[in-house]
Write a protein that binds this ligand. Sequence first.
Ligand SMILES: [Zn+2]
Length: 173
Amino acid sequence: MNAPNDQATTGQDAPITMMEAPLYLNYNFTAGRATERFLNQLKQGRLVGQRCPKCRNVYVPPRGSCARCGVATEEEVPLGDKATVESYTVVHIPIPGNPIKPPFVVANLVIDGANISCLHLVSGCSNEEVRIGMRVRAVWKDASEWGYGMDNISYFEPLDEPDMPHDQIGRMA
Ligand SMILES: [Zn+2]
């Protein structure tokens, strides 16, 4: 059987219908004041959020304004390194360039003192043990490895504390 003239073919005249073409892009972005302050604190091993003067929500990482109220956030709020699992997923697909082998757990974590969740890894237990409301703690890398990123924290591990009731998650700031 002949392939149509406008289709690429292999030596056996079978139509080629798909190809892989990986593309990698590096971005540099301007952090802005709020993120710059957050990253400088993170480099020192501290998690610091910002509180909205109107609704009192604490954002981490702070963006410099409250998305709900549209006002600037200035007040800095030191946070602990404990958190609560708000939601999670088990990732089964390897991420190119990522040393972590699937399956692994990525969770939305509400850090104590904040209202808004941020994404991080949960490890130190089996994936089946991870649940909504589970209490976890940050496992920091050695201080000599700290840079300007959330990967200063290797992952969050389970804490021996009672689960937080679902309707309380994100309301304790
Ligand atoms: Zn607000």
